[in-house]
Design a protein. Sequence first.
Length: 401
Amino acid sequence: MSFVIQNARFLSFGVLLAFLSSFGQTYFFGIFRQPISDDLGLNNSEFGLFYMLVTLGSAFGLTVFGTWIDRMPLRGYTVLLILLLSAGCLLMGFSGPLVTVFLAMVIVRLVGQGLMVHAAMTSMSRYFEKGRGKAVAIAGLGMPIGQALLPPLAVFLLLQMDWRTSWFVFAVTTVCLGVPLGWFLLRGHDRRHEHWLACQDMEAGQPDTAGPSRRRDVVKDYRFYLLLPAILVVPFWITAVFFFVADIAASVGWTMQDFTGMYWIYMLGAAAVPLLGGAMVDRFGGKRLVPFYPPLMGCGLLFILAGSGFPAVAGFLIFLGLVLGFAGPVNNAMWAELYGTKHLGEVKSLATSILLVSTALAPYLLGLLLDTGVSLSAILMAGVTHSFLAALLALPVALRA
């Protein structure tokens, strides 16, 4: 508790960025899939391909702009991100032809899902060596909070107004909430940054025990490829689930409004684990814990495959929340442990770009499979298999001292 009190403002900054990232997350865009598809005249696989291109564009942008956090003052970088996110929401409201919808979605995806999360987690990992796991976990709470509040709000607005008009509401909300709060929460951050720089100078002459620290070194490290299937489990399958939330809801006989109204259960699962996960990371280290969270995703998918009533849906959402809450502190601490913090923005931008590519592929591949007649249950069973195999592949890295 003393850690939270002493660092309340900076931790709240991480929560704020994670919360605002919701506007660019797939679970939020999934609410708008049907009205946008209807406007553009696209079927499942066509919209999945469109969304894949949008996400690939944002992934490329992340490799370029993600490194700026290593060079720019954090306050200025944060304000820039919030203004860009608001501009993307505004463009969504004004969008007409396909090309403008594409550009708007690229901006919102890049800044929301990409740079906002990247900035929040890189900041927590960089400036907290002691208590890094707890810091990442607390900041990550912004995502389940956003997911509990914003999708139901989006569904409500869609019942009241055109989908484009709702994005004007999001543009105003983002800039009015984000800029003043972000500026306030980073007051006094310069002293924290100066302390971190001093620590980097002290460590400059010491042997590097954290492993390679540049992007080119990471791609040559075999551990990276053993861990990759595990770290892809959460972004790929959560993207798939929430992008096709209407199909999953229909498969269990629920309306989308009723199903999204249950997201508070998902938030409970996501909020219950991070602090425990963060404490475990601080004790055991992130890389040792990587094999333990992918099976949680498999268990969640098994729940929705097993039934259609409230227990099945609740179990499904709880396990999705648990895996998201556990993966956040584990993965973010793992990068710092393996590759150090000096070039952490560069390393994490590579990792996050790969995760974004996986979230790009998920809607297209699933849409294509559904349009060709593959059953939803068969697709979800593939997710169960992926989850348990990924845990086995990560074991050699976890067990290595």
